[in-house]
Design a protein around this ligand. Structure first.
Ligand code: IPM
Ligand code: MN
Length: 342
């Protein structure tokens, strides 16, 4: 058995409650197959409020020495928007070159979709993770005056776009072999045209994968009128952010949505986190649903090549949701119920 080093960042609020459950499930699913050593990092709002630090370089370097990262949730209403987002979460995604933000969207049996006729919903959004409007390019001048100017520049490099598009086509090969590029190429003609050309170029290497194109605005409609049409969606950082919140909603809320921030070249560790936030309103009560964190741990295992335990966790979660998803259970109870199925 191989030993993997996992950096654990429980973060804030319910993150601290759900991550230990995800670790227990990981442990049981891999018993006899793999061992894990965990390195805990005290990062997030509490730390920032305590000593003013967010992610010191020394800790970033220690995180880099791990095989993967398991993250709970970051955020606290006492801290101004943008500080932890940019200083911690985005800093990790950028520093670790996590260029694929992978967001599977599946409607589980037993979960009620807000759509009256949802059909089979099972698609993956491959969101670019290191470029676009998230780069922090741009600036503000004459702030607070009537002549104020603020700009955010969307950075799209051929290198960055091609590698994420390739990832999407690779993924489609293992699924239903269809890729949809989502952009706004009728208006964002520079970046949109480049994304389309790179999709057309990469598609030549995947003759068995079909592809099409949709504008972002039309996509938000199809996501509620015909979500079963999607298999793999590839899109830029901001479109992907917005689309995956909508995707979470159509499959019954982000409570079941896991995600991976992946460095597919394996130069740096990838990071796995539930899509939901730190939920300060219910934190500390032991009632947060750990399912998305457990599914994130399954994605982590798959990324490390531990396909079988990953699948067995997903099966256990599916069965748990189908039978008991609608019951009120504590965090611990959901954990026990999932563990009992492994
Ligand atoms: C997400 C979040 C982040 C993002 C924020 C918190 C920076 O919304 O993971 O989707 O925009 O990527
Ligand atoms: Mn988001």
């Amino acid at each position: 058995t191989r030993t993997y080093r996992i950096a654990v960042i429980p973060g804030d609020g319910i993150g601290k409650e759900i991550i230990p459950v995800a670790q227990q499930v990981m442990e049981k699913a891999t018993a006899g197959l793999a061992d894990f050593t965990y390195e805990n990092f005290d990062l997030g709002a509490e730390r920032y409020l305590r000593d003013g630090t967010i992610l010191p370089d020394e800790e970033l370097e220690r995180i880099k020495r791990n095989d993967a990262i398991l993250l709970g949730a970051i955020g606290d209403p006492r801290i101004k928007a943008g500080i932890l987002e940019r200083g911690l979460l985005l800093k990790l995604r950028f520093a670790l070159d996590q260029y694929v933000n992978l967001r599977p969207t599946k409607l589980y049996k037993g979960v009620t979709s807000p759509l009256s006729n949802p059909g089979d919903i099972d698609f993956v959004v491959v969101r670019e993770g290191t470029e676009g409007l998230y780069c922090g390019a741009g600036g503000a001048i004459r702030q607070g005056t009537e002549a104020e100017v603020a700009t955010e520049i969307s950075i799209n490099t051929a290198y960055g776009v091609e590698r994420v598009v390739r990832y999407a086509f690779d993924l489609a090969m293992k699924r239903r072999r269809h890729v949809t590029l989502v952009h706004k190429k009728n208006v964002l003609v520079n970046a949109g045209d480049m994304w389309q050309r790179l999709v057309d170029k990469v598609a030549k290497d995947y003759p068995d994968v079909g592809h099409d194109y949709l504008h972002i605005d039309a996509t938000t409609i199809f996501l509620v009128t015909e979500p079963s049409r999607f298999d793999v969606i590839v899109t830029d950082n901001l479109f992907g952010d917005i689309l995956t919140d909508e995707a979470g909603a159509v499959v019954g809320g982000v409570g079941y949505s896991a995600s991976g921030c992946i460095n597919a070249s394996n130069q740096y560790p990838s990071m796995f986190e539930p899509i939901h936030g730190s939920a300060p309103d219910i934190a500390g009560q032991g009632i947060a649903n750990p399912t998305a964190a457990v599914l994130s741990a399954a994605m982590l295992l798959r990324h490390l090549g531990l396909e079988e335990p990953a699948t067995s966790i997903e099966r256990a979660v599916e069965a748990d949701i189908e039978e008991r998803g609608s019951t009120q259970r504590s965090t611990e109870r959901v954990g026990q119920d999932i563990l009992a199925r492994l």
